[in-house]
Design a protein around this ligand. Structure first.
Ligand code: DGL
Length: 286
């Protein structure tokens, strides 16, 4: 039988990456490191952020709308660089588009459960992820012999969105969340929200090495490589990939915050476009 060749045109299309806001940029950093020749479209739904305080049905609809937007821009694959959107929507999206490569994420409870010596781990997540059946199932399957302390303090996601990751207010929220974990003897801390790697400097200053911090960005990027390889969709270009960002938030603030998180010396050089936050959601018409 003739071998099915995937046209270069399809391989050359960009990867679509979405998050409720700027958090997924912590995953983008790793994807760009592991896949330097891929063009990437990043959608920060900052105008609807945070997702984590919403009911699962709304999160699913927001994630679906962001995914549709990226597919309309010709994305060849999707990375849901958001634990909250993944836990609420990835199964649904895979069912909706069976042929489409989709990478999702769950908090890295499995590696944390493997590495703990005290048998106690902490998970810092959003409210929705903390309650998600998908997370509880992962805990059941991979950490049933481990005590898992979940904290979902409000305000952290907003702090990253507003470029306030290192302020005394943010440090106080972080301290209040991790101190009970330390008191109870946890030795590993899972960053179960993609916004939180940007709080790492503040966290490290508080923890002073007392908790091993685990973030899933690297693993998600590795999975993206695997998924594109399997689908034979790796971009053959030899030039460096281009990153284009879309935001549904305040474009001026987004430009400064995104450039800062990506450590770009010149915010004006960022390829950024505004997308309306109101995209006909059934719940917004109620
Ligand atoms: N970045 C998202 C995550 O990984 C959540 C932020 C939000 O609540 O919108 O869970």
């Amino acid at each position: 039988m003739r071998k099915l060749e995937i046209p270069v045109e399809r391989k050359a299309r960009p990867i679509g990456v979405l998050d409720s806001g700027v958090g997924g940029l912590s995953v983008i950093e790793e994807i760009r490191r592991q896949l330097p020749h891929e063009d990437i479209l990043y959608f920060a739904d900052s105008g609807n952020c945070p997702y984590g305080v919403r009911p699962p049905s709304e999160i699913r609809e927001l994630a679906e709308s962001a995914a549709v937007f990226l597919l309309e821009q010709n994305a060849k694959a999707l990375v849901i660089a958001c634990n909250t959107a993944s836990t609420a929507a990835v199964a649904y999206l895979r069912q909706k588009w069976p042929g489409l490569p989709i990478v999702g994420m769950v908090p890295a409870v499995k590696p944390a459960a493997r590495m703990t010596t005290s048998g106690i781990i902490g998970v810092l997540a959003t409210e929705a992820t903390g309650k998600a059946p998908v997370l509880l199932d992962v805990i059941d399957r991979f950490a049933s012999d481990v005590k898992v302390l979940i904290a979902a303090p409000p305000g952290l996601v907003e702090a990253v969105e507003d470029g306030q990751a290192g302020t005394p207010e943010t440090v106080a929220i972080l301290k209040k969340a991790v101190e009970p974990m330390l008191e109870q003897g946890a030795d590993a801390l899972v960053l179960g929200c993609t916004h939180f790697p940007f709080l790492r400097p503040a966290l490290e200053a508080i923890l002073q090495g007392r908790l091993h911090i685990i973030d899933s960005g690297e693993a998600v990027a590795r999975q993206t490589v695997r998924v594109l390889e399997t689908a034979k969709l790796l971009n053959p270009q030899t030039a460096p990939g281009h990153l284009k960002c879309y935001t549904s938030g305040d474009p001026e603030l987004s430009r400064v915050v995104i450039a800062n998180l990506l450590k770009l010396p010149d915010p004006a050089a960022l390829d950024l476009e505004y997308v309306a936050a109101e995209r006909n959601f059934s719940w917004s018409k109620k």
